[in-house]
Design a protein around this ligand. Structure first.
Ligand SMILES: Cc1cc2nc3c(=O)[nH]c(=O)nc-3n(C[C@H](O)[C@H](O)[C@H](O)COP(=O)(O)OP(=O)(O)OC[C@H]3O[C@@H](n4cnc5c(N)ncnc54)[C@H](O)[C@@H]3O)c2cc1C
Length: 223
């Protein structure tokens, strides 16, 4: 089934990431980590469906997506970047992607953090964030999505890694996440691990984690 609904609010979260809030269809229901196919309700774009993850909770009165815009793809996200409140999106039914099972370590690369936004908002609402860690890798500190919110929810269990520039004052970790880094931050590799990001990020994290004895659950965001 598909639903066509108006954008209530669209705003920048970073220089290339938008937060979009949409009217929620009546009776529409989903769980944290689920996604749906989204298309723009405009001539030429209605069949261009792309998967996006809900970042709102089912109990919210709106649907929220956090979307990274890729102008160089000349695709749907470039068009999404030009949308305004009142424009409409077409969404399908929700489907499962990555699901929270137990406390654990969440490893996100860039926009791959979106399923974890919903999962952490849900855990926070239920008072269950303790015992969970988010390791978030970005090219620069300007790319960190919802930094303040994650800091508030997770405190020092929110670990930022910056890959492409040494950060001023070294408030974040510089360089790539590797096996040594994981070993220095994590003592228990038998807990749950959740990985979401671009294909090379996922492959690298899964390989390191498996070598360290973990059994990660992973979702690829971009080939
Ligand atoms: C389950 C799932 C959930 C997702 N949830 C989210 C989410 O919540 N938020 C989010 O931001 N993203 C999410 N993604 C990723 C998101 O779906 C893609 O970023 C989006 O589909 C890209 O659409 P696009 O039209 O801009 O480009 P595409 O459809 O990727 O590409 C359009 C064209 O650009 C070309 N192209 C592709 N890559 C490049 C490149 N690097 N340089 C130049 N040209 C290129 C291709 O040939 C293609 O023909 C999710 C992905 C999955 C699988």
């Amino acid at each position: 089934m598909s639903y066509t609904h108006s954008i209530q609010d669209i705003r920048n979260l970073t220089h290339d990431v938008k937060q979009i809030r949409l009217e929620k269809p009546e009776g529409y229901s989903f769980t944290p980590g689920q996604a749906t196919e989204v298309a723009i309700d405009k001539e030429g774009w209605r069949d261009e469906k792309r998967p996006f993850t809900f970042t709102s909770l089912n109990s919210d009165s709106y649907l929220e997506f956090v979307v990274k815009i890729y102008p160089d793809h000349n695709g749907a996200t470039e068009q999404i970047g030009k949308l305004k409140a009142g424009d409409k999106l077409i969404i399908d039914d929700p489907w499962g992607t990555i699901e929270y099972k137990n406390d654990g370590v969440f490893l996100a690369g860039g926009a791959g953090v979106t399923p974890f936004i919903a999962i952490f908002r849900d855990l926070h609402k239920r008072g269950n964030t303790e015992g969970n860690t988010l390791i978030f890798s970005n090219k620069t500190d300007k790319d960190i999505i919802l930094k303040e919110e994650f800091e508030k929810i997770l405190g020092d269990r929110f670990i930022n890694v910056i890959t492409d520039e040494p950060t001023e004052e070294h408030i974040f970790y510089d360089g790539h996440i590797d096996k040594e880094f994981l070993k220095s931050k994590i003592s228990d590799f038998s807990q749950s691990f959740y990985v979401c990001g671009p294909q090379p990020f996922n492959e690298a994290m899964q390989n390191y984690l498996k070598e360290l004895g973990a059994n990660p659950e992973a979702l690829v965001f971009e080939e």
